[in-house]
Design a protein. Sequence first.
Length: 295
Amino acid sequence: AARELWLSQREEEEEEGAPGARKGRRRGPGGSEVLFGVAPCALALTQRRRDLLGLFLLRGGGSRRALMGELVLRATARGVPVRHVPRRELERLCGDRLHQGVCLEATPLRCKSLRDAETPPVGDGEARDRQLLWLVLEHIQDPMNLGALLRSAYFLGVDRVVTSRRNSCPLTPTVSKASAGAMEVFDVYDTDDLQSFLKAKSAEGWEVVGTVSKPEDVEDVPVINCLEFRWDKPVIIVIGSEGEGLSLETQLLCHRMLAIPPGRALHPGIESLNVSVATGILLHSICSQKRRHGD
């Protein structure tokens, strides 16, 4: 009943141009957010990780009518109300972001407890016996970067993603869109004590590997070309923030630091890669060894 009342109020605001209507994120009963874009909405409809309040589709559908029909079927199967609305309503729902004709009102996704990260995924009974690769993110704040990092981690076969709880971007609709929906199927874990977590994993025999764009800035930790790294034990690769990189405290917990060699002499000011691009290169360099070994 509360949801029906909320939807009725939304329709009244649209018709009357209610001055109190907020642009972008709209709140439903119990708190919710608006996913936008085909991939995040389609995957959210199938994964059952969120409570879903309503699917909003561009009226007419244009060239995407077959796709929209599939989304309607998925929503109907889950008992999710479907509304066909004008473009301006979709733009208002998602704050003028690139919605591709689809928005989905849903409860937010939260990071999972780090305690749950130690449990192998369902159907992965051999996970404890094979080489593992975890990606740890320290203070990643840009939602576009976080989404791209999750997309690469999921695609390349990373087993777990762990993020620092403080000074980090939450799991927002923008992150889901930037991840091409990977956020909807790939768990993210968080911790408020990243250094203690890394110390514990190191004591368990994991290799903790940091990343650096300027090797000359690193002291007391060996730096190697990422192409020279050999994966022979469980590995944690730690990625630092967009502006500052890894904190000194985290650097000193790393056994080695990896650097990506440039292909030419670089002009000052463009001496590093975007964090998500650099991470993709490093992950591929490590994960390709896993494929060669047939693990």
